[in-house]
Design a protein around this ligand. Structure first.
Ligand code: GDP
Length: 473
């Protein structure tokens, strides 16, 4: 490979390595320093691949206003377990996709598109819940434009409902409330609306801005209304993308298929992905051998907001990885290899969690007004509220503490996910992180701090904040 890049003979390179005392064969990997010595020895120029090169190759030029075309919204359904997320996704798919489709078979590829009565096209992510939403976001792929929050009318606003609200707010994604199971005789939608008020979600029925629709995934009642509400919200957002550029998309899901090799469902975000395109996706690369849509049909291309299965990968990427079309296979491979190496280096350096001070510094670098996002978990509601109140008092014009999420109970993986996505530390007050959360925090470098005295917690955050302030003078 090295000889090839230098346009030298392999034998000469191997000989030269041997003269340096390295007994290698032509397929052996050599380290970077050795490679550089060899390159110099042969009188060639060294060019290291770096982040900025990667960015150069992946054209990130901004689009001209006249090139932007409307695109469908991408919707994620969230809500508490058993409130009907899966049923709702199935009901929407069934009424809108299967009907009229020859054979009526839809493929589960991780996302699907429907057309509303009024002709609007909507793209639904088929993985309900905020775990997927957050893990995508933490990998830099914010694909969701609208969150549909499902609350069962025969139940209440539950912990995961609140989590979902906070996730949507942290991501600044608008919400639509679907009050589900309206067919049940014990359904009490008014109670749901009132409870939402306590979480600063004011629905239209309560003279607020958030659209709310009563639905039943079982009878189909309200489904069309829900879809039109989404279409209306999308119109307000004025979502656009440039279909005439090298495609970029996000991996929704990926797996190794026995018959087809690595397959990834990609939601195109901008540009148009075509058969034959060369691409890099996370640490993998490839050339599009075939594109398959949510109806299981082969398609020649996929434009913005369209989900497609991509065949022709060299390996299996991860959900949330970003796909970029590049010009040559050499570029694609180089970027993929660079990323794999960078990820390896990062893992080696991990273990050292990001400290409060570093997070503060980062907040400071990022914005005019520094904002330290935090998560709070406590043993009882009273403590959680007291901490949130104390935290919100810290700060002045330059620096502010923002509580992304607070709750009662152990620190979970979902908390760590949200913390990572937002660059926030997690504070546990008289609670610990469970084992999966601890592992996940170690891997992701998320800082978890434990306290049993509120004053200590407040003091630490204040110290970090004032450290930041004094550093600015
Ligand atoms: P998820 O955990 O949020 O995905 O919830 P599921 O979709 O699995 O639904 C949980 C339970 O509620 C299942 O037993 C569903 O059959 C039931 N369910 C969902 N939607 C409705 C509905 O609109 N009406 C009634 N009566 N039951 C529903």
């Amino acid at each position: 490979e090295l000889a090839n890049r230098m346009a030298e003979r392999v034998a000469d390179v191997v000989k030269s390595l041997m003269q340096m005392g390295m007994m290698v064969t032509q397929n052996q990997t050599i380290d970077q320093d050795t490679a550089e010595l060899i390159i110099e020895e042969f009188g060639h120029r060294i060019q290291r691949v770096s982040d900025s090169d990667v960015e150069d190759v992946i054209q990130t030029e901004t689009d001209k206003a006249e090139d932007l075309k409307p695109r469908p919204p991408v919707i994620t359904i969230m809500g508490h377990v058993d409130h009907g997320k899966t049923s709702l996704l199935d009901a929407i798919r069934k009424t809108k996709v299967t009907a009229g489709e020859a054979g009526g078979i839809t493929q589960h590829i991780g996302a699907y598109q429907v057309t509303t009565e009024s002709g609007a096209v909507l793209s639904f992510l088929d993985t309900p819940g905020h775990a997927a939403f957050t893990s995508m976001r933490s990998r830099g792929a914010q694909v969701t434009d609208i969150v549909v929050l499902v609350v069962a009318a025969d139940d209440s606003v539950m912990p995961q409902t609140v989590e979902a609200i906070n996730h949507a707010k942290a991501a600044k994604v608008p919400m639509i409330i679907a009050i589900n199971k309206i067919d049940k005789h014990e359904a009490n939608p008014t109670k749901v609306r009132t409870e939402l008020l306590q979480h600063e979600v004011v629905v239209e029925a309560m003279s607020g801005e958030v659209q709310d629709v009563e639905v039943s995934a079982h009878t189909g009642q309200g489904l069309d209304e829900l879809l039109e509400a989404i279409a209306l919200q999308a119109e307000i957002l004025e979502l656009t993308a440039n279909p005439d550029r090298a495609a970029q998309g996000a991996v929704i899901e990926a797996q190794l298929d026995v018959g087809r090799g690595p397959v990834a469902t990609v939601l195109v975000q901008t540009g148009t992905l075509r058969q034959g395109d060369i691409f890099v996706v996370g640490e993998q690369y490839g050339r599009v051998r075939a594109l398959v849509n949510d109806k299981g049909e082969r398609v020649p291309e996929a434009g913005p907001s369209v989900p497609v299965e991509v065949l022709g990968l060299n390996g299996t990427p991860e959900a949330g990885d970003v796909l970029n079309v590049v010009e040559t296979e050499a570029q694609a491979r180089e970027i993929a290899e660079y990323r794999a190496q960078a990820a390896k280096d990062k893992r080696a350096a991990a273990g050292a969690a990001t400290t409060l001070e570093q997070l503060m510094q980062k907040a400071k670098d990022d914005k005019d007004v520094s904002e330290l996002p935090i998560l709070v978990k406590a043993d009882v509601q009273g403590s959680a509220e007291a901490i949130v109140q104390a935290m919100e008092k810290i700060g002045n014009d330059e620096v502010r503490v923002r509580v992304l999420h607070s709750g009662v109970g152990a620190i979970t993986e979902s908390d760590v996910g949200l913390a990572e996505a937002s660059g926030a530390p997690v504070f546990g007050f008289n609670v610990r992180a469970n084992a999966p959360a601890r592992n996940s925090a170690n891997q992701k470098g998320v800082e978890i701090r434990y306290y049993s005295v509120i004053y200590d917690l407040v003091d630490d955050v204040k110290a970090a904040a004032s450290g930041l302030l004094s550093a600015e003078i």
